[in-house]
Design a protein around this ligand. Structure first.
Ligand SMILES: [Fe+2]
Length: 228
């Protein structure tokens, strides 16, 4: 993706999120220079990979295959082993109308996907076969706001604003917005996007950025190169 496209998507996402009366935390608005200057005090942001995250899954067609994410909080993987502590994470996301997030599952993370407002959020669901692959035969059962819902393989769950689903590790899911863009919340187990996304088709979770202008704000995938 070109940096100019990332900057534009980021500005549009901020306006969309604000239209729901929701506000991102202060560090969302720091410039790259401010982040560099404060590097000594922000390891909690850098190491937990909090912040802006825009992906076209490496395919170069953000409108067709892509997702906007902002990680608001993220716990510590070591706490999972200990069985106590900060075991949770939260993201704000935007799925644009007819913009697909491709079929994937997680090994560790359970996630609640919440329609916070906008259009209808559609999720295509499959269960996992014993080897972890997509089970094309078995039904899939998911809790939706406390109510168990059963779907045939590849069935589509539609969430209206206010509705949510809990996806346990192993549940295959792809999602997109119908009729209008959707502001999505994600509340989950500690999140590691580098290791815990298993995709059905080869895609890359983070996009390569072509630097054609200065970044307005850094993406989490910029931290290593820009901040060390
Ligand atoms: Fe997911």
């Amino acid at each position: 993706m070109k940096r100019s496209e990332v900057n534009r998507i980021l500005a549009e996402a901020d306006a969309f999120i604000r239209s729901f009366g929701y506000r991102l935390p202060p560090f969302a608005y720091w410039t790259p220079a401010e982040m560099k200057a404060r590097r000594g005090e922000i390891s909690g942001i850098v190491e937990a990979r909090l912040g802006w995250d825009i992906t076209d899954y490496g395919r170069g067609d953000f409108g067709g295959l892509g997702l906007f994410l902002f990680t608001l909080r993220n716990g510590n993987a070591a706490d999972l082993t200990r069985g106590k502590g900060m075991l949770y994470a939260e993201k704000a996301m935007i799925s644009r109308r007819d913009q697909l997030s491709p079929m994937h599952r997680h090994n560790i993370k359970a996630e609640d996907i919440i329609n916070r407002g906008g259009g209808t959020l559609a999720l295509k669901l499959y269960a996992s076969a014993p080897d972890g692959s997509i089970d094309k035969e078995a039904p899939v059962v998911v809790p939706t706001d406390g109510v168990m819902c059963r779907f045939e393989p590849g069935g589509i769950l539609r969430l209206s604003p206010g509705e949510s689903v809990t996806l346990m590790p192993g549940v295959w899911h792809a999602f997109w917005a119908e009729d209008a863009d959707v502001f999505i919340g994600e509340v989950s187990t500690v999140n590691d996007d580098v290791t815990d996304n298993v995709f059905a088709e080869p895609v890359s979770r983070f996009s390569k950025i072509e630097e054609d202008e200065e970044p307005t704000h850094l993406l989490v995938s910029d931290y290593e190169r820009w901040l060390g």
